[in-house]
Design a binder for this molecule. Structure first.
Ligand code: FEO
Length: 407
């Protein structure tokens, strides 16, 4: 893919990974993902982040570099915002081609560089506020944003153009093909990228929402004209909007999310499944938006995205061997890891000889700050009365969310 000029002397170099790949080896990407790097040219030339060493992507990436035109040997500075291999896979090969290139990186990043590739020379360790003057009215300023997404991560700001190279922050799933900027999208494309931005946050950054808030506070005072992440769109229409969206996602760690319910259900022989319809109708009778998932059928990647934005969660699962139905337990383990906190939760489900799922659910989710409404549990097949009661409980949960009684 050819490099695309995003400002005078500043280029986006990108490749796409398609849907055959799993991000981080685990997250599905039905529409792939882009890996973005950037070249900033003043009197000297810097490249910010690189590309994963997968398939023939480094070859494609270097072709993009040549289209500027620029050769690997012409690069004066490599800025490593983040050492994760989706952005540094090509680093050892580039270093062999251009060993004199100066590498700008945080102290923690430098330690990883040494551990992974034993690269220790021409390293410039930077911290927040340090600068790199490229001449020709191009000056890079570095900002440490630890844990957004790894402890070593930083963002780089080009002072004169106002472009923030934010690495993983503000990124999304989805390949970049004919549109690179948010202001070029149709409304359908915009909705797609906003949904994939949310899913990316839920999968990759939700564990670190406290650090996202710190990063936002650090970056907020900058006069940002454009945000250029390492995945997905470049945000130039209104960069503040995506920062506000991130602020909202991060706030869900401390309090209720949107007035919406994510209903996740599972069933063994259909006795719990028979009650789903009543639950759906109970929520919809109050006009509260509903996101519906089934486990183990739906990947937890998508469930996390729905749950992140929902103040209410309904879990349909039977008791299995005196505990939670295992596919639901696996999904909820990821809720714990990704800090899906502060939810108002209703569980429904059947049992054979004795219950136990509710007890384990409440015990294992204690640190998630979930508040439970009375569950709907029954032995064997659901009676008409059980179905009616389920619908009423779902309605009650929806009403409580609307009344702002969550949290
Ligand atoms: Fe896109 Fe955390 O790497």
């Amino acid at each position: 893919m050819k490099a695309i000029a995003i400002a005078e002397g500043i280029y986006r170099l990108g490749v796409n990974l398609d849907s055959t790949h799993l991000f981080e080896g685990m997250w599905p990407m039905p529409d792939g993902i882009s890996l973005n790097a950037y070249v900033v040219q003043g009197e000297k030339t810097a490249i910010i982040d690189l590309v994963e060493d997968i398939d023939d992507k480094p070859v494609e990436f270097e072709q993009g570099l040549n289209s500027i035109p620029l050769r690997a040997q012409d690069i004066d500075y490599l800025v490593v915002n983040h050492v994760e291999p989706d952005h540094t896979g090509w680093l050892p090969a580039l270093h062999r081609k251009n060993p004199k290139m100066q590498i700008y990186i945080t102290a923690k990043g430098a330690a990883i560089l040494k551990a992974f590739w034993n690269i220790t020379e021409n390293i410039q360790v930077v911290k927040t506020g340090d600068t790199l003057d490229l001449g020709g009215s191009r000056e890079l300023v570095f900002y440490e944003i630890p844990n957004v997404h790894w402890p070593e991560t930083m963002a780089t700001f080009e002072r004169h153009s106002g472009i923030l190279f934010s690495c993983d922050a503000f990124g999304s799933y989805g390949m970049i093909t004919d549109t690179l900027f948010d202001d070029q999208l149709s409304s359908a494309q915009y909705d797609f990228f906003m949904a994939e931005t949310r899913r990316y946050y839920a999968n990759i950054l939700a564990s670190f929402s406290i650090f996202v808030e710190k990063a936002l506070a650090l970056l907020q005072p900058l006069d940002i004209k454009m945000i250029a992440p390492s995945h997905g769109l470049i945000w130039r229409k209104n960069p503040q909007e995506i920062m506000d969206i991130y602020s909202r996602f991060a706030r869900y760690l401390h309090g209720p999310a949107e007035t919406a319910i994510t209903l996740i259900w599972s069933t063994m022989y259909g006795n719990t499944g028979q009650v789903v319809k009543a639950m759906v109708e109970g929520v919809r009778s109050e006009g509260v938006p509903l996101h519906l998932h089934r486990v183990p059928h739906d990947h937890v990647s998508f469930i996390l995205a729905s749950a992140l934005q929902s103040a209410g969660i309904i879990l349909g699962m039977p008791t299995y061997e005196y505990k939670m139905f295992p596919p639901m337990a696996w999904a909820l383990d990821m809720f714990d890891r990704k800090k899906i906190w502060n939810k108002q939760v209703l569980r429904f489900g059947s049992f054979g000889w004795s219950g136990g799922a509710q007890r384990e659910l409440e015990m294992l989710t204690e640190k998630l700050k979930w508040t439970f409404v009375d569950p709907v549990e029954w032995q064997g097949a659901p009676s008409e009365e059980v179905v009616k009661q389920a619908g009423l409980q779902a309605k009650k949960l929806a009403q409580r969310l609307k009344e702002g009684e969550v949290g």
